[in-house]
Design a protein around this ligand. Sequence first.
Ligand SMILES: O=C(O)[C@H]1O[C@H](OP(=O)(O)OP(=O)(O)OC[C@H]2O[C@@H](n3ccc(=O)[nH]c3=O)[C@H](O)[C@@H]2O)[C@H](O)[C@@H](O)[C@H]1O
Length: 416
Amino acid sequence: MASSPDTSKTIKLVRNNSYLRRLNISFKILFLLLALLLLYTLSTHHHHLPLSSAWENQVRHSALPRRPNGMSVLVTGAAGFVGSHCSLALKKRGDGVLGLDNFNPYYDPSLKRARQHLLAKHRILIIEADLNDAPLLAKLFDVVSFSHVLHLAAQAGVRYAMQNPQSYVASNIAGFVTLLEASKTSNPQPAIVWASSSSVYGLNNESPFSELHRTDQPASLYAATKKAGEAIAHTYNHIYGLSLTGLRFFTVYGPWGRPDMAYFFFTKSILQGKPIDVYQTQDEREVARDFTYIDDVVKGCLGALDTAEKSTGGGGKKHGAAQLRVYNLGNTSPVPVGKLVSVLETLLRVKAKKHVIKMPRNGDVPFTHANVSLAWRDFGYKPTTDLATGLRKFVQWYVGYYGVRLGVEKEKISLD
Ligand SMILES: O=C(O)[C@H]1O[C@H](OP(=O)(O)OP(=O)(O)OC[C@H]2O[C@@H](n3ccc(=O)[nH]c3=O)[C@H](O)[C@@H]2O)[C@H](O)[C@@H](O)[C@H]1O
């Protein structure tokens, strides 16, 4: 009988081979996992963070209050119009301020740099970074125990939303959520005061606008993202116990203002002898705004910060009900755009080349008018600057900043 061939060695070898193959595959998987882990670590930690202790010291120094019980405030959009004014006001009364700004080119970044320079003279540091940079935000909350966040960074402008809709979603929605995520995780959680907008009243036709009126008919994507912000604020307050106050600003103007706003680019065009578009409603009525002077708005922001209660949560957990507020910050006195132009004409001593046209259907609302009784009741907000006075201060700044020589002495003007 022919003996069957001895296959035990081959079997062993095959077994060994498959064992080795399996081992090889596991090594490959392990290697792949390690590579993925490395990539993930690099992507989350390897960015522009200057992590030196010197940088951390600068951050801490800027955010350190210099008065008893002073606040330590993270101001987003600190190189912006309202952000730079509020940062200076906080610092001047002894609070600690750390700024954050991405210096985006939506309008002339050199103006933002000039504001940064002004803040630097008052020993306020602005970190150049985007709101959506979550690791950087985490780092800042790690280095400083902010008592408050004044969140003013946003994509502003009502009409530009039709040109660049995604920038509104990225800043006003995604950016806000990134900030809220960092705030809710931080321990202690800061109290947050942030900029909403008068534009949330949209097609509301009850006047003056009260916080109790409906805000579910936004006329622009800008307004819709601000309204979304208010809804998101509600959620973070509800789930995580974050103290949140939204401020609905009404067409804020003044020195160091935004060049994309009508009063600012009207001034430029009038001085250059260029025509300006003055909008009318579809039924040929004047368009009007409750123009609000920057110093009044700054007082409102500080009032809101001063009366903000502490958040109740910490480290991502809610420990009780927290404050949730929303206020109008307006001037309570709407002025037609035609009147704004005539005040500018007087101040600049130049006749404007007015081109009166029907308001394009691009998200604008015909009229705004704030009822501010809630802000008055809760933190004594009372606007004190009429448009003529405020514009005089703006023009004074404008001619100084841009080195314009006005022809003749300015004369006293009034709005009536
Ligand atoms: O309260 C707000 O929450 C918003 O206020 C501001 O929006 P608005 O009130 O629309 O200001 P702004 O553009 O200066 O137009 C002023 C007036 O000039 C009219 N206008 C405008 C342009 C033009 O060419 N002609 C014209 O007549 C125009 O019809 C309007 O009646 C902020 O920009 C915005 O970021 C947001 O914060």
